[in-house]
Write a protein that binds this ligand. Structure first.
Ligand code: GLU
Length: 313
């Protein structure tokens, strides 16, 4: 059924998800679970879940869609939405809007570009975003605000930070510490490095299920019935950044294969948006060589093909 976008009933969408879940359960090569954050290393690679939320909040799902996982860099979407709400276009004085073409934790460009990270979805850029929204707020209050934003968007109070994951990254996150100190040396951090990283690691350690994440992503669908918690103009911009920068140095490949804005995290989650139609979350902890969920990326491609959904027509 390839071709243009199709108006599919909830039953048809549910059947597509079930098919994808069945095909994925048979896969033997499931990628490698991230181990540089020790607390994530023990997650079972056999897990696979997928959920699709329609604008009205109806959710269809398959597999381990109700199991919580570490959303990691998917949190950068919510932090960016808050930052744009608070700072507006001033944010762009401190972080760029171009794809990096580099791995998520690369320090190379920062040196050439004087501590101004390429975009808000690589680690360096997300650290600057967290610093920007931390100013004037104790870290606890900021984390409360990020959690409230996500809980409101999902319509679900039962979303929390996994302290063990945050601690694990705090103890081992030397690359992020290096990035933050480098940015600070260039005068692009306003708060103490330890405080910014503490907030950043905790934001990454938010735990959600695919069902919760798909529901939380509905504000990006921009369709009647979906929550309107940021303006339509801002939704378009966040989606543009997800499309161009949401999968690090595989962003072009994800746009080519899936054709939808998406943001991945090293916990194996991906949030994608089919504007006007649905928000989709997938989780499978094994990563491919670029650090994106191996089965999750494939599942998104299958969904896009079978629904005909694409932002490119
Ligand atoms: N907390 C992770 C890190 O900073 C997030 C990376 C990711 O999910 O891509 O390394």
């Amino acid at each position: 059924m390839p071709g243009g976008p199709r108006d599919l009933s909830a039953d048809q969408l549910g059947a597509i998800l079930t098919e994808i879940g069945e095909e994925m359960s048979e896969r033997e090569d499931r990628g490698r679970v991230a181990s540089y954050i020790p607390e994530l290393a023990g997650v079972d690679p056999a897990r696979f879940g997928m959920a699709l939320a329609l604008p009205d909040g109806q959710v269809l799902s398959t597999g381990d869609a109700a199991v919580g996982f570490s959303i990691q860099s998917v949190s950068k979407v919510f932090a960016l939405a808050i930052a744009l709400g608070r700072l507006g276009d001033q944010l762009w004085d401190r972080v760029g809007r171009e794809p990096s073409g580099n791995p998520f934790n690369s320090i190379l460009q920062l040196e050439h570009e004087n501590g101004i990270p390429r975009n808000p979805f690589i680690n360096a850029g997300a650290i600057v975003v967290t610093d920007a929204i931390l100013t004037g707020h104790p870290p606890k209050a900021l984390l409360g605000e990020i959690l409230d934003f996500i809980r409101d968007a999902a319509g679900d109070e039962n979303i929390h930070i996994n302290e063990a994951v945050a601690r694990s990254e705090t103890e081992t996150g030397h690359l992020n510490m290096a990035l933050a100190h480098f940015i600070a040396a260039h005068g692009n951090l306003r708060n103490p490095v330890e405080m910014v990283l503490g907030a950043y690691f905790h934001q990454c350690a938010i735990e959600m299920s695919c069902v919760q994440l798909a529901r939380a992503g509905r504000f990006l669908i921009a369709a009647p019935g979906a929550p309107r918690i940021v303006s339509l103009a801002r939704v378009r911009r966040i989606n543009a950044l997800m499309l161009t920068c949401g999968h690090y140095d595989a962003s072009g490949d994800f746009a080519y294969r899936v054709g939808l804005p998406g943001k991945s995290g090293v916990g194996g989650g991906i949030l994608a948006v089919a504007p006007g139609r649905a928000a989709i979350a997938v989780w499978s902890p094994g990563l491919n060589a670029r650090g994106n969920s191996a089965l999750g990326s494939e599942a998104m491609e299958m969904l896009a093909k079978r629904t005909g959904w694409s932002v490119f027509g």
